[in-house]
Design a protein around this ligand. Structure first.
Ligand code: GDP
Length: 227
């Protein structure tokens, strides 16, 4: 566990196995912690680390030179907003086998089923191509697990012209509508240009504030069950 005193965000915990996820949720790290949590998911190399760093104005998340390396769940406390940002392992690295995808699903499934303070899964998609079949698979999985979803389109700066942006926005809107996900749940950002970042942070903070009461209730209920 790393501590970086005085920073806007702080490293909380790294979990590498389903058993560790369980003990973190049951035990000292998550149990009783009332910060709303947001789980960030996306294909490897989609820009997840860069987004986490841009949001928290830190360099906590490691921007990958080699995609598809992270196999752990890292959590960060974003002190300014009183949130926990959960960095889930990237899925669907091009070479990953079916068995690997299954392991991914099993690992994060444990997390989704145990985290009492989870507000939303933030699904990152690359603005350059919109949702791929693998992204669809992940969105389908999350919706099936009844996890509320918010979409973040990354690397917006890579769409160079207004018409390119307008066309991609229309395509993505149509594509996400199949899942019942509307434009109000879709954010377009560029971590490298810092576009859309503070608006996204503000939105997460609002969602967290609205959820605070029900999180407290859920935690109290599970404590009562234990007694
Ligand atoms: P992760 O694997 O999802 O954590 O992705 P990273 O944050 O490590 O980024 C993957 C690659 O995309 C890196 O080379 C980043 O520099 C690049 N990248 C991330 N965000 C942006 C962005 O907003 N714009 C551009 N142009 N590149 C980005």
């Amino acid at each position: 566990i790393g501590h970086t005193g005085g920073m806007a965000a702080e490293f909380l915990v790294t979990l590498a196995t389903p058993e560790q996820v369980k003990s973190a949720c049951d035990g000292v790290f998550f149990y009783g912690r009332r910060e709303a949590r947001f789980a960030f998911v996306g294909r490897s190399n989609v820009g997840k680390s860069s987004l986490l760093n841009a949001l928290t104005k830190t360099k906590l998340a490691q921007v990958s030179k080699e995609p598809g390396k992270t196999r752990c769940i890292h959590s960060y406390v974003w002190k300014e907003q009183k949130l926990v940002l959960v960095d889930l392992p990237g899925y669907g690295f091009a070479k990953a086998a079916q068995s690997e995808r299954k392991r991914w699903a099993e690992f994060i499934n444990v997390y989704f089923s145990l985290d009492q303070a989870l507000c939303e899964a933030i699904v990152l998609l690359d603005s350059r191509n919109g949702p791929t079949p693998l992204d669809d698979e992940a969105i389908g999985f999350l919706l099936h697990e009844q996890v509320p979803i918010r979409i973040v389109m990354t690397k917006l700066d890579q769409l160079k012209t207004q018409s390119e942006r307008a066309r991609r926005k229309k395509e993505v809107k149509t594509s996400l509508a199949r899942w019942g996900i509307g434009p109000e749940l879709t954010h377009w950002v560029s971590a490298s240009r810092n576009d859309g970042i503070s608006a996204l942070g503000g939105m997460l903070s609002e969602v967290a504030r609205a959820a605070a009461h029900s999180i407290t209730e859920r935690i109290q209920e599970s404590k009562k069950e234990e007694e």
